[in-house]
Unconditional design. Structure first.
Length: 251
């Protein structure tokens, strides 16, 4: 398997989902998320001092996963409930057929806005546009530099659960990037709570692990992939995508 070369100026976050490289010709299309009013937070600019004290990044994997659960399980469950209430997902489950990629492309166009808007509302971040393009090279990528998710049209030939899992996975990476950017107090927008800052800093501290994993490109061995999925950000995206797709389509 050929290694995917990193483009000059691109971020390590633009290659967070590793899958086998794919080919094929599909029309490219882009979906813009709806924009809502600015989100609020329990922390405000006047609470900056409190946002920096009282909680350090988790020091163990168990502590990290506990904090992850405390912060985001309710948000994940909110996404599931919202999507389960949408009749379009029941129709999609009945109509999606990996052998009918053209039909699936139309179904995907219908589903993406529901997922994007549910994630944006639950996680309180500005969700990126979604592009379907063979240029992605992998099943999905999030490009922090251009704030864009790219999904390969090859997903239209895979089970619906894999499509939804991949979409949610990349949305989580976009959210994580947004959280880490908010570590910079000069950035406009809401201020992270102490717990949010702790987990965002944990992700930031793990960047060297990502760089090490990226050296393997898309040809990771099973053991390397297993370790990669246990890194903080990837574990969060991987478990959230799997949970949401399973609950929405099989629950």
């Amino acid at each position: 398997m050929a290694r995917r070369e990193r483009q000059p100026g691109s971020s390590w976050l633009s290659e967070l989902l590793f899958e086998h490289k794919v080919g094929g010709q599909f029309d490219k299309f882009r979906i813009e998320p709806e924009r809502s009013a600015a989100t609020t937070s329990s922390a405000t600019r006047g609470d900056l001092v409190g946002a920096f004290v009282g909680q350090e990044p988790p020091k163990t994997l168990a502590a990290y996963r506990q904090l992850l659960s405390e912060l985001f399980d309710a948000k994940r469950d909110l996404v599931v409930r919202h999507l389960q209430a949408q009749p379009v997902f029941k129709v999609a489950r009945a109509e999606w057929n990996p052998r009918q990629t053209g039909t699936n492309a139309n179904i995907a166009r219908e589903l993406v806005p529901y997922v994007v808007n549910a994630m944006q509302a639950a996680y309180e971040f500005s969700a990126p546009p979604i592009e379907f393009s063979p240029a992605a090279g992998f099943l999905g990528t999030y490009d922090i530099k251009h704030h864009k998710i790219t999904l390969t049209p090859q997903l239209f030939g895979k089970p619906l659960k894999e499509f939804l899992d991949t979409l949610v996975h990349e949305e989580v990476h976009a959210f994580q990037a947004d959280m880490m950017l908010m570590l910079n107090v000069q950035r406009k927008g809401r201020v992270l709570s102490p717990a949010e800052r702790a987990i965002a800093q944990y992700w930031k501290n793990e960047e060297p692990k990502y760089r090490s994993a990226l050296a393997a490109g898309s040809s990771m061995s099973p053991e390397t992939r297993r370790r990669y999925q246990m890194i903080g950000q990837e574990y969060h995206a991987w478990t959230t995508g799997h949970f949401v797709a399973t609950k929405v389509l099989e629950g």
